[in-house]
Design a protein around this ligand. Structure first.
Ligand SMILES: Cc1cc2nc3c(=O)[nH]c(=O)nc-3n(C[C@H](O)[C@H](O)[C@H](O)COP(=O)(O)O)c2cc1C
Length: 144
């Protein structure tokens, strides 16, 4: 079965509260594990930006849960498509605090095709290169 990926940005509907986000992501990760979905969630206190990937049916059901959550609104899809291999296999879900300038960079970056040039280690240009640069410091033994 082909792998699907979706990236989106949305507006938080509630004032920033670490415990609420921790709790939401803990339950999201548990569900994603069963659905075979992996990815990452960035939050700057006002906006969420999430990348999810996995089998088509898993991504569909997870994205349905995401869309119906009252914790955010104004969801705008940045990209959706088929990918040849997992680009973010490290976590069933984890959230990282992003600063607003990182968030702006991610939103404005080129999401076309979820392309990441493996050989480009510095000077990220595509959205997935930026995502990886923000994620890399949090990877333990996992290869980036
Ligand atoms: C920004 C954001 C990201 C979310 N990401 C996921 C996700 O990756 N997987 C998931 O199943 N639900 C996700 N959700 C939905 C909620 O986590 C989920 O519907 C809620 O925690 C209820 O979970 P429960 O049915 O296990 O109680 C997300 C919601 C928001 C606001």
């Amino acid at each position: 079965m082909p792998l699907r990926a979706i990236g989106y940005v949305s507006q938080a509907t509630q004032p920033w509260n670490r415990a609420t986000v921790d709790d939401m992501v803990e339950r999201a990760a548990a569900f994603n594990r069963l659905a075979g979905v992996t990815g990452v969630l960035f939050f700057d206190g006002a906006r969420y930006l999430q990348y999810v990937e996995g089998p088509e049916d898993g991504v569909e059901v997870v994205y349905g849960r995401i869309q119906s959550s009252p914790l955010h609104s104004d969801l705008m899809e940045l990209a959706r498509g088929t990918i040849g291999r997992r680009l973010m296999p490290y976590w069933s879900m984890r959230w990282l605090l992003a600063d607003p300038s990182h968030m702006r960079t991610l939103v404005k970056a080129d999401w076309t095709g979820f392309i990441r040039l493996a050989e480009r280690k510095t000077n990220p240009q595509t959205a997935m290169e930026h995502v990886h640069r923000y994620v890399e410091p949090y990877l333990g033994g996992e290869a980036a």
